[in-house]
Design a protein around this ligand. Structure first.
Ligand SMILES: Nc1ncnc2c1ncn2[C@@H]1O[C@H](COP(=O)(O)OP(=O)(O)OP(=O)(O)O)[C@@H](O)[C@H]1O
Ligand SMILES: O=C(O)c1ccc[n+]([C@@H]2O[C@H](COP(=O)([O-])O)[C@@H](O)[C@H]2O)c1
Length: 217
């Protein structure tokens, strides 16, 4: 496939410890609503706002790669693993912008991430580098902070097609299906020997079993 630097790019950043169907399903649905032809997974190396996972970054990356075989709408970008500093999104977006100034960039996050988005490093600058697409997630009914409400009043759009008409700057709440699963719950289920296959791509579950991750014998 020919690389087109001006075609819109969808990005889903995450710790992916492990990657699960709650990451993939809502984002694919939202991305297709916007009109994107795929989304790039961006596993973080050193998560900025949480403890370093017990599973290595290389293993989380490998699980993301395997997930793409089950979910061909997705591909993987390993650029954050090539930096040894915390994986600040603003730094990654500057790198991507340096590669193409005009390309629409849609950065996907779940509702929980949105509610703490104003704690991210240089969060307002992030909105000058990409669009933010917020996917629904059950259990997060809180109101955003005043700072986030202010950002919304300036940037929110109801029209997914608007995200393809400029490189950055909109916030779109995608009416995606709510999938009630988290990596935390899956780590607990796996450690307890409980069923997890409903929420994990088959190849990812297979990899976890083969490498005895998350306390699996
Ligand atoms: N079930 C879900 N529905 C919608 N978005 C989700 C879901 N799970 C994760 N996300 C979003 O995907 C991104 C990456 O999430 P992350 O890798 O931290 O997964 P997680 O399931 O929240 O993990 P953990 O339980 O370890 O915190 C975040 O923006 C998060 O909001
Ligand atoms: O840049 C930041 O300050 C920042 C703070 C928290 C999360 N992020 C990014 O948000 C994405 C999801 O993070 P997490 O911790 O929910 O897996 C991932 O790409 C992180 O690098 C980024």
């Amino acid at each position: 496939m020919t690389f087109n630097p001006t075609s819109p790019l969808g990005i889903l950043g995450g710790t992916f410890d492990p990657i699960h169907n709650g990451h993939l399903g809502p984002v694919q649905e939202a991305a297709q609503r916007i009109g994107l032809s795929g989304v790039t997974l961006l596993p973080c190396h050193i998560p900025p706002h949480r403890a370093t996972p017990s599973v290595s970054a290389e293993q989380r990356l490998e699980m993301a790669r395997l997930a793409c075989l089950d979910w061909p709408f997705f591909s993987v970008d390993d650029r954050e693993l090539r930096r040894d500093t915390p994986s600040y999104t603003v730094d990654t977006l500057h790198q991507l912008r340096a590669e193409s100034a005009q390309r629409p960039l849609c950065f996907f996050i779940g509702m929980d991430s949105w509610l703490s988005f104003d704690q991210w490093v240089r969060w307002q600058e992030i909105l000058t580098l990409c669009h933010l697409v917020v996917c629904q997630r059950p259990g997060y009914p809180e109101k955003p902070s005043n700072a986030l409400q202010e950002a919304l009043s300036q940037r929110q759009t109801e029209h997914p097609s608007a995200l393809l008409e400029r490189p950055c700057g909109h916030i779109f709440f995608a009416p995606s299906t709510r999938v009630d699963i988290s990596a935390t719950t899956l780590r607990q289920r796996l450690a307890a020997g409980e069923d997890a296959k409903t929420w994990l791509p088959a190849r990812v579950l297979n990899y976890i079993q083969q490498h005895h991750l998350y306390g699996i014998d």
